[in-house]
Every structure is written in C-alpha cells, then in structure tokens.
Ligand binder design. Structure first.
Ligand SMILES: [Zn+2]
Length: 54
C-alpha cells in the first residue's frame, strides 16, 4: 500500500494506513524530481510524503 500525501494530509494518510494495514508505515520524503509529477491522494496539491510498507 502506497499513499502520496501533502503536508495537510499527512496525518490523515497515516490514520488511513494504520486502519487498513494494522501496522505503522514507513514515511519517506518524496524527492524534488518526483514531487513535480506526484499529487496528493486526497487533494490537488503536490505530494511531499510517501507513506508505504517498505
Ligand atoms: Zn492533500
């Protein structure tokens, strides 16, 4: 499970991840290059964080 999220939605993303996966995710900052093409899963803002299993 991967969630891209912006600063505003990071807490929401973490809640969703824990609720669905029953485990804590690894939180990584998206690189500047990827930021340009990655949008938040919950809004239209550029994503800053990737919430993922690995
Ligand atoms: Zn967002």
């Amino acid at each position: 499970m991967n969630i891209n999220c912006c600063q505003t939605h990071i807490e929401h993303a973490l809640d969703m991840f824990v609720a669905k996966q029953n485990t804590f995710p690894i939180l990584t900052e998206i690189s500047d290059e990827e930021k340009l093409s990655t949008k938040c899963d919950y809004c239209d803002v550029v994503a800053i964080y990737l919430v993922a299993n690995e």
